[in-house]
Design a protein around this ligand. Structure first.
Ligand code: FUB
Length: 316
């Protein structure tokens, strides 16, 4: 295993460090987006990981190069989402519509309240509730309506993946990004699946990733499966994130991103619990390298303290 304390090859490179920004934040979704002013930056949409009975809003962070993260403050507040609860603002996802260029923000509106969708002209918000009611309200196929993830395929079809309590479902979205085109179908990829689906396509292969175990302790981890369709079925591929006894525990609920301007360099953004932390809410947001092997499988991630080298969002 790589030494988690060693710096990446190439000398004293500027690195993100881990965690990449201060504070308790979990469930990070990492993107590169261009704002209304045309500036391309990295964005992270996390869950604010205070006690979840007090989590009633979302923030986002952005960076020019993965190292200098800026907090944009509250981007959506449950006070402006009347059908939501006043707690458990969990696990958001953001996608840019290929049709209108707007940014659509999918969020858990409280345990049991459903999944909402909000919209903004800017990736840093502010977002406003787009439809005034839950996009997904009911438990379908046993899937708890949390942990939404929006994936837009090369043909511009958007899909909404979500589901806790051991069941994963997916539904194609209409071009408005604010309604499901067909009823969600169950795609639970593995008996170990618990929550936090994330989809990425590489070289024509669909990689569904998810978290297993209990997010509140060190049984948490992440795994993946592959398919030739965004709707599965998925063949189990292996574990991606696991505890590192010298670095951190409970690593999971992640997103991955191909670095702009590269053909095949990837990073994984995830949360983990610092060693010695026993409060279940105390999770931090980190970034490390993700490596696809020559056969298309994913190598287990080495959790590090140094993170990843600076890489401009404007590359390529
Ligand atoms: O952050 C709250 C919950 O913890 C998320 O919904 C789960 O995926 C887990 O990370």
């Amino acid at each position: 295993m790589t030494d988690p304390h060693s710096q990446p090859a190439g000398g004293a490179a500027l690195t993100s460090g881990n965690p990449v920004f201060p504070g308790w934040y979990a469930d990070p979704e990492l993107h590169v987006f261009s704002g209304p002013d045309g500036e391309r930056r990295y964005y992270i949409y996390p869950t604010g990981s205070a006690d979840f009975t007090r989590q009633a809003s979302f923030e986002c962070w952005s960076s020019a190069d993965l190292t200098d993260w800026v907090n944009h403050g509250t981007i959506l507040d449950f006070r402006d989402v009347p059908w939501s609860t006043n707690y458990a603002a969990w696990a958001p996802s953001c996608a840019q519509s290929p049709r209108d260029g707007k940014f659509y923000f999918y969020f858990s509106a409280g345990d049991g309240a459903g999944i909402g969708v909000a919209v903004s002209d800017s990736p840093s918000g502010p977002f406003r509730d787009a439809i005034g009611l839950p996009l997904i309200r009911d438990y379908l196929h046993g899937a708890q309506p949390i942990d939404a993830h929006c994936f837009v395929d090369d043909d511009h079809q958007a899909y909404l993946y979500y589901g806790g309590h051991g069941h994963c479902v997916v539904a194609p979205l209409t071009p408005t990004m604010c309604a499901v085109h067909r009823a969600p179908r169950e795609i639970t990829p593995s008996p170990g699946y618990v929550e936090a689906p994330f989809m990425v396509k590489r070289r024509g292969v669909y990689y569904l990733m998810w978290s297993e175990g209990d997010w509140a302790d060190s049984t948490y981890l992440a795994a993946y499966g592959v398919s030739d369709s965004p709707l599965g079925p998925f063949t189990y591929g292996g574990r991606i994130l696991e505890n590192h006894p010298d670095v951190a525990l409970g690593a999971g609920h992640h997103s991955v991103l191909r670095l702009p301007g590269t053909e095949d360099e990837w990073v994984i953004c995830y949360h983990r619990r610092p060693l010695g932390e026993t409060n279940m809410h105390h999770r931090v947001t980190c970034i490390d390298r993700l490596v696809f092997r020559d056969d298309g499988s994913i190598a287990p991630v080495t959790l590090t303290h140094h993170g990843v080298p600076a890489h401009p969002a404007t590359a390529g």
